[in-house]
Design a protein around this ligand. Structure first.
Ligand code: SAM
Length: 283
């Protein structure tokens, strides 16, 4: 069946795959950084795309935002100062601020228009932006990290677009060196690392670059994400100090997060790697 009028389609030549949603366009603008479009879909609520790639939908964003935040926050012994690079839709910031142990959460987003449009079209993701612990900074995350005070951050969450355009420099040894410097001794980072099915080579390269930069350990977590290529996504964790990973999974604290996907079982399951992924990361 040919899809055109009345459908949004993200077709990717490199992977020979496409994903479509029945949708009508509500808004389109070209910012200095990228083209942002907002769609009203028939079954997934509102959808934001950037340069033709799906970013966030009302229906399934909880999967990504919960899994890019809670597993890492509950793996760090005491995450007080958190920095999110990218994440302009504010969904990750919202999840981070659910943790009472977090004292400050700074979102460093290059494109202010992503946040302003999210406030308008995804107000539920922005409902914690007024939290006194939150800072919204608009600028390049690469430069921000270069300038960050050494040893000042407990957890860096890199919630960026794919490794092209303004996000390209967020995937590589140079940026990871700045992250290590900015992290406290038991600091860690988690970075969105694409599909474990379609982008395994990228994931392997990221882990190698993180270790080359000086991170002592890396781990992968994975979770479903319906609107992203292959419907399966991952996050890569890097630890500044070996053995600093913990599992803080108290039932009452997790229940208080009010999550839809994340719990102690999905936390552990996310770190259980399929055999082929395990082999690829070991080689
Ligand atoms: N969940 C999405 C995904 O995995 O495709 C990412 C969503 S979030 C909207 C990604 C954000 O990263 C975008 O708003 C983009 O402007 C931002 N971004 C890209 N490069 C950046 C950079 N160098 N510094 C700060 N933010 C950046």
């Amino acid at each position: 069946m040919a899809l055109d009028r009345g459908w949004f389609t993200e077709a990717i030549d490199a992977t020979g795959t496409a994903f479509s949603l029945k949708a009508e366009k509500l808004h389109e603008e070209q910012t200095p950084y990228q083209k942002i479009e907002i769609w009203k879909t028939e079954t997934f609520g509102t959808l934001m795309t950037i340069d033709g790639c799906t970013m966030v939908s009302t229906r399934d964003n909880f999967l990504y935002h919960e899994m890019m935040s809670h597993p890492a926050l509950n793996t760090h012994p005491a995450p007080k100062n958190v920095v999110i690079v990218g994440g302009g839709d504010c969904g990750t910031l919202r999840e981070v601020l659910k943790h009472p142990e977090v004292q400050s959460a700074t979102q460093v987003e290059i494109d202010e228009r992503v946040t302003r449009l999210s406030e308008q079209y995804f107000p539920e993701l922005c409902d914690r932006n007024d939290d006194p612990r939150a800072t919204l900074f608009f600028g390049d995350g690469i430069q921000w990290m270069k300038d960050a005070k050494p040893g000042s951050i407990d957890l860096i969450i890199i919630d960026s677009t794919d490794p092209v355009g303004p996000a390209e420099g967020l995937f590589g040894k140079k940026f990871y060196l700045d992250c290590i410097r900015a992290l406290a001794d038991d600091g860690m980072l988690v970075q969105q690392s694409e599909s474990p099915l379609l982008h395994l080579d990228l994931i392997r390269e990221m882990h190698a670059a993180m270790r080359e930069a000086g991170f002592a350990e890396t781990r992968l977590l994975h979770f479903p994400q319906v609107i992203y290529p292959s419907g399966w996504w991952s996050g890569s964790l890097a630890f500044k100090r070996a053995g600093s990973s913990v599992e803080r999974l108290e039932e009452s604290a997790i229940a208080a997060l009010g999550t839809q996907f994340y719990n102690a079982d999905t936390h552990r399951a996310a770190f259980a790697l399929p055999t082929y992924v395990r082999k690829a990361l070991a080689s």
